[in-house]
Ligand binder design. Sequence first.
Ligand SMILES: [Zn+2]
Length: 117
Amino acid sequence: MSEMNNTTEEKTCSKVRVKTGVRVICEPPSYATRWISAPYGTEKYWDRVGEILGDWAKEINEFIRDHRSRDDVGLSVEFDFEEQCTACQQPWELDSSYDDGKPRCSYCGAIYVKESA
Ligand SMILES: [Zn+2]
């Protein structure tokens, strides 16, 4: 929309952190994943945690249905953020391969100007 007198001046942009959504985070009790028989951080470990939490989530759904359990479940609300180009609102990604050496937005080609704040 602000493309009026843009014949000689090149478009510029900077990086901005934008709120893109909101989610409810449910923190399971720590005992739910206490005994995992795989080394921490391995894919096998995360597979097992995924299975256990999948079962746990199923139980929580049943709990919500029948209201009988009193397990301590923590729910919180968190926002999703994304770093975006101020010129085109696409996810932030710099391209430094231009001949003039000026880093630009890989989506719209606007020249990156360091954000002031
Ligand atoms: Zn851009």
